[in-house]
Structure formats: C-alpha cells, structure tokens
Design a binder for this molecule. Structure first.
Ligand code: S3P
Length: 437
C-alpha cells in the first residue's frame, strides 16, 4: 500500500528454531470489522491483525460512520451502527492492496441507501471484479467498474435488492461472502452454491451474530430480517503467515520451531497436509476450539522432503500457500506438480509467473502451465528476485535462504506489511539472516 521500495537481503543460514506467534488471521480480522460495524452493540476484537489490509477495512468502516476504538495494537472495540446504520462517505473508500476488503465491501454496500466508490492500489486495480459485480447485478445492484471489469467501483443506491440463487463459477470465499452480505439487504432468501468448499468464516460469524443462515452441503442460504447482535471475537494466528515458518522449520538443518496459537480451520490447512505428505515432520500440539474455530500450536522439525503432485481437490484449501509451497518443492527430491490453480494468476500478483521466474533465478528448474507449474527440486543459488510487490512472494523467497548457497535480494517488499507486520523481526529471531534497506 505504501508503494515505497524496500529490499530484503537475506544471507544463507542453516537454522530456523525457537518459539514464535504470528499475527492474527487476516480473513477473520476483515470480517470482524465489517460485521461488527453492522451489528447492534459493541464488538470487542482480540488478536486483530494490525496489517495495512485490515487497517484499511477499519478505516473504511469509520468513514461509513462506525466508531472504532483501538485499545492497543491488536484489540479493537467496534461500536456497531446496526444493519441500517451506515452512512455514505464523502470520499472514495480506499481498500489499498486488499482484495478481501474490496470484494466483501462491494456486497455490503450494494444494498445501502447511499452511493459509494471503492478504490485500490495499482495491484488491486488490475484484479478481476466482474466476479462480484455479476451476481450483485443479478440482484439488481447498480455497480460500475472500468471496461476491463476492474476498480474503481462506483455503487449507486437502488430501491431494493432481489434475492437470487447463485452458482459461483470459481471456488472463492470472497464471491460467496460478497453475495451473502448483499443478501442481508435483499428481499427473500439468497443462496450461494460453491463448486468446492472454501473458508467459511463469513457464515460462522453471521450465524454467531444471529443471522438466519443455513448451510446445506455446498449451498449457503441467508434470509434477511434478523438483527445482528455483537459477540466478542478472538482472532487466532493466521495459518497463511505461519506457512512461511512451517517451510522454514522443515528446511532448517537443526533445532525445532513451534508456532503458537495458529488457526487450523480445515479450509485453510491444505498446506499442512501437503507438507506432511512430502515427509514433513509437523505436529499439532494442544489442539483446541476457540469460539468454534480449531486452533493449535504447530511444532515443525527439519525434514528431508519428497516431491508431490498436489491433489487438485486440495487446491482451494491451500490457495494462499502456493508461494511457500514452491520453496518447499524446490528443496524436495524429485518433481512436484500443481494443476487446477489458475486463480493464482489473479492474486496480488501473477503468483505462477512470479514464483517461476524467481525460482529460475535461483537455479531451480520450473515448467510453467496456465493453471500451475512443475518444480524440480535442486540446489538453490543466490540472486535478485522481483517480488512484484506481492507480500507472499517476498516472504517465500526470504525463507529460501535456508537452502541457498548465496545471498538472495528480494525487491519491492513494502507490501509484507499488508498481512504480516513484524515479519522481518520474527524471521531474524528464529535465525534467518535478513537485512532490510
Ligand atoms: C480470502 C479468500 C481467498 C484468499 C484471500 C482471502 C477471504 O480469495 O485468497 O487471501 O478472506 O475470503 P478468493 O476467495 O478469491 O479465493
């Protein structure tokens, strides 16, 4: 979001060990602020992710008239305005780099009695928004984007939204959530049907707040009418942030790494299964339920990894973890393949292209497909990598230093702060030799 140049210079190191906790879950933090903003009562959020993406969402809710107090770095109090209590903002709402903010807010704002404009940074302004505009238009919403179907998005008020039954063309929690949020303001029952299950935080949180929401297999139905009543939210550590340290712990030559209090929602932990299938020694300690969400501490030990063909049905459950997976595959014995992951082309960067070109720079053999890649494990050299302003690409190549023979310079790393404030310090604390300029 800041857009400023920031370079990581990561010298080779051989050990990642210790006991750490990663920042709060990004998906849950976004939703806590949005739903707290339209609930009745005060929502106290603990473990909130103080990243640029989620702070952008909090700022937007403030501009829509919601009082939000930040009690400390990770604790918020949201004074809900009620379902009909938001008011129009005087200026465009800036989602920064956050696709989740833009796509979910488009659904939330489509049925309001005021106009809104959503804008984002250069990366977000290139990402596909028709996927949310299409269903919302079927509901009767008035939303305009650019001719390419991208932001800025201008939302005008309409007299009413119709309920629809919508089958998502791609597995996307953002599309599902967008339609469900609009469904809160529609006449009748709105149903979203997913091709494969995706993260279900919107459904869980809506239900906890008292919404009339029913899940039947891959179909989720919401009926408007119920008021939403604030409940406290305790955000676990983000599995997607833990993922970099899982891979680091496996690539380490000695010691062990424990990552505490990580959210283990099964729709998020595909990488855990994949790394274990590759021979990774990862144990879940003290598994528990926290407000209905599975949480645990992850203990990871150095492991000799074997290549894997990632099962296609597992792709949605590890959709944000492919950059980290690619670093594990580069250190594994044999050729790993990923297919059915076309969505990676339209994330914060084209993650297939970004990882393929970065890995090749380090001397790893990569074949690129439209919907995936094949990576042959081998020895990793040093070199200069363009992260393309993508937080997860930047962090992944920092972790590659655990098997590199030379220094890795990673360019354009400022956006790590969108999801993982403090990554550099935490990475150094476990043993990575990471400098920032
Ligand atoms: C998210 C859903 C996923 C994921 C993103 C966060 C969410 O996107 O990649 O980082 O919080 O709903 P898609 O729904 O587009 O797959």
């Amino acid at each position: 979001m800041s857009g400023s140049a920031l370079t990581y210079t990561v010298a080779p190191s051989s050990r990642a060990s210790g006991r750490i906790a990663v920042p709060g879950d990004k998906s849950i933090s976004h939703r806590a602020v949005m739903l707290g903003g339209i609930a009745n009562g005060v929502t106290r959020v603990g473990g909130f992710l103080p990243g640029e993406d989620t702070l952008a969402t909090a700022q937007i809710l403030r501009e829509l008239g919601v009082r939000i107090e930040r009690l400390d770095e990770t604790t918020l109090e949201i004074y809900g305005a009620g379902l009909r209590g938001l008011r129009g903002a005087s200026k465009p709402l800036d989602c920064g780099n956050a696709g989740t903010a833009m796509r979910l807010l488009t659904g939330l704002l489509a049925g309001q009695a005021f106009a809104s404009k959503l804008i984002g940074d250069a990366s977000l302004s290139k990402r596909p928004m028709r996927r949310v505009m299409d269903p919302l238009r079927l509901m009767g919403a008035d939303i305009r984007g650019t001719e390419q179907g991208t932001a800025p998005l201008a939302i005008a008020p309409v007299p009413a939204l119709n309920a629809i039954r919508y089958t998502c063309p791609v597995a996307s929690a953002q599309i599902k959530s967008c339609v469900l949020l609009a469904g809160l303001y529609a006449h009748g029952a709105t149903t979203v049907v997913e091709p494969t299950a995706t993260r279900d935080y919107t459904e869980s949180m809506l239900r906890a707040l008292g919404a009339d929401l029913v899940v039947d297999g891959l179909a989720v139905t919401i009926r408007p009418g119920n008021t939403l009543n604030a409940v406290p939210v305790s955000v676990p550590g983000d599995f997607s942030s833990a993922a970099f340290f899982l891979v680091a712990g496996l690539l380490s030559r000695s010691g062990e790494l424990v990552i505490e209090n990580v959210g283990l929602n099964p729709r998020r932990t595909g990488l855990l299964l994949t790394l274990r299938d590759m021979g990774g020694d990862i144990e879940i300690l003290d598994e528990r339920l926290q407000a209905g969400e599975r949480v645990g501490d992850l203990r990871v030990r150095p492991s000799a990894l074997q290549a894997i063909d990632v099962p296609i049905e597992r792709v949605p459950d590890m959709i944000d973890e492919f950059p980290a997976f690619c670093i594990a595959a580069a250190a594994a014995r044999g050729t790993s393949t990923v297919r059915g992951a076309h969505e990676l082309r339209v994330k914060e960067s084209d993650r297939i292209g970004a990882m393929a070109s970065g890995l090749r720079t380090l001397g790893i053999e990569v074949e690129e497909f439209d919907d995936g890649m094949a990576i042959t494990g081998g020895s990793t050299g040093g070199g200069e990598i363009d992260s393309r302003g993508d937080h997860r690409i930047a962090m992944s190549f920092a972790v590659a230093s655990l098997r590199a023979t030379g220094a890795i310079r990673v360019l354009d790393c400022a956006n790590v702060a969108t999801s993982f404030p403090g990554f550099e310090g935490l990475a150094s604390s476990v043993g990575l030799d990471l400098g920032v300029t």
